[in-house]
Design a binder for this molecule. Structure first.
Ligand code: EPS
Length: 400
């Protein structure tokens, strides 16, 4: 982040709720709770979630930064209440008088923040770690991302995602193309695992059912795309200004993400250079292929829309790999932090697969980073000012 747009979240998984503050959105952007809630709903819908999602029905209350349906330029603060809080009011209370009202968690789950966090923060109750490391926090990221998306949509930028793999079930013969992105988007929204291929969707659902029966969990891979981007977001001039690096951090920072690649990423490493560079063409007619604002265009997109850390006018395509959820009903070996005795961890309640939800979270993080880079390039304290600056750049590109 370059801090043109910055945000923080706060809140524990079973605490009162989640809070978010987003600073840097210009004034004059139409914004309502409904804009945010529809994204929150998409995050909650994926097949493979556990009991918790039956309790929660996320709604974001706008606490500040919006007046009469439009942003006013001040920090936007949001609140999502946890419905499950009613079951945890004493156990998660800030009041000392409830100390010890629920037993401490002393058994670290392999694959979680539990053990490293307890040792680092000096906690004998792992709950003090797991409450914040939980992916419940991603609800607020999606809420903040919804605001970033709304901002970007004013400039014709769209962000979407789909799942391409769950466990060993992979979507086959599929490639994101700007010409069919609306169709991909529609099919994805219709699929319970957010996968645009019906056949693969069915197999993914079956695999999730098999894993659930065994008390096991699954990870997978999702792809996020952004269309309508102008050339030149991000910069080659310094490592931390490169957009690919900024996006990778944002996606890698999502709970349980273990791998990120841009464009054809790792596959490029196996091929000859002549096979994977996106050759440059020119047409005096505005290009319909890449959606660029200048006459330069590409027929391929191995680079995933980014060259030299800058957008090149092609869609951004970024992929992330999520590990299987480490809370398992199937027992795993671990050691109690107090008694130091070995035990076999098994849990009553767990999601089986959260890859479809992670894809929506990936969209949110992508939107936040792209909006930040957009404001870095075009500035503006009001949407009108940002639009004037943007339009003047687009005019300049057409005449280049
Ligand atoms: C999560 C564990 C589960 C998930 C939760 C993330 O919650 P619980 O421990 O209450 O059963 O359902 O996800 C959400 C609540 C959410 O909104 O996504 C974890 O440990 O990361």
């Amino acid at each position: 982040m370059t801090n043109k747009l910055r945000f923080l979240t706060a809140g524990e998984s079973h605490g009162k709720g989640l809070m978010g503050i987003l600073e840097g959105i210009p004034s004059g952007l139409p914004l309502s709770s409904e804009d945010i809630d529809k994204e929150l709903k998409r995050r909650q819908m994926g097949y493979g979630r556990g009991g918790r999602m039956k309790i929660e029905s996320d709604h974001a209350e706008i606490i500040s930064g919006v007046r009469w349906g439009k942003t006013i330029g001040s920090p936007i603060s949001l609140l999502i209440e946890n419905r499950d809080w009613k079951n945890w009011q004493e156990g998660m209370s800030s009041d000392e008088k409830y100390a010890g009202s629920i037993p401490p968690v002393t058994r670290p789950r392999p694959g979680h923040a539990d053990l490293a966090g307890a040792l680092k923060y000096g906690h004998k109750d792992i709950r003090n770690i797991l409450e914040r490391s939980s992916a419940r926090e991603t609800a607020m990221r999606v809420a903040v991302g919804a605001v970033a998306k709304k901002f970007l949509s004013e400039f014709g930028i769209n962000i979407g995602s789909y799942v391409i793999q769950i466990g060993n079930v992979k979507i086959s013969n599929f490639k994101f193309q700007i010409s069919n992105f609306k169709e991909i988007f529609k099919k994805t929204e219709e699929s319970s695992v957010r996968c645009p291929d019906e056949d693969a969707s069915k197999k993914m659902v079956e695999l999730i059912d098999t894993a659930a029966k065994k008390g096991d969990t699954l990870g997978g891979v999702f792809e996020v795309f952004a269309t309508g981007l102008p050339v030149g977001l991000g910069s080659h001039i310094q490592w931390d200004k490169r957009l690919d690096g900024r996006l990778s951090q944002a996606l890698m920072g999502i709970q349980a993400i273990k791998g990120v690649e841009i464009g054809t990423g790792f596959e490029m490493a196996e091929r000859f250079g002549s096979e994977v560079m996106d050759e440059i063409f020119y047409s005096s007619q505005q290009s319909a292929i890449s959606g660029q604002q200048s006459g330069f265009y590409r027929k391929t997109n191995h680079a995933g829309g980014i060259e030299g850390g800058m957008t090149n006018g092609m869609p951004i395509v970024i992929r992330a790999a999520m590990k299987p959820i480490p809370t398992l009903r199937k027992p795993l070996r671990s050691v109690d932090i107090i008694t130091k005795e070995p035990f076999e961890a098994a849990y009553e309640r767990s999601d089986t697969c959260a890859v479809p939800a992670a894809a929506v979270i990936g969209e949110a993080m992508t939107a936040i980073v792209v909006a930040d880079a957009f404001l870095e390039k075009f500035g503006g304290d009001s949407i009108e000012e940002t639009k004037r600056n943007f339009n003047s750049y687009i005019e300049y590109l057409k005449q280049f």
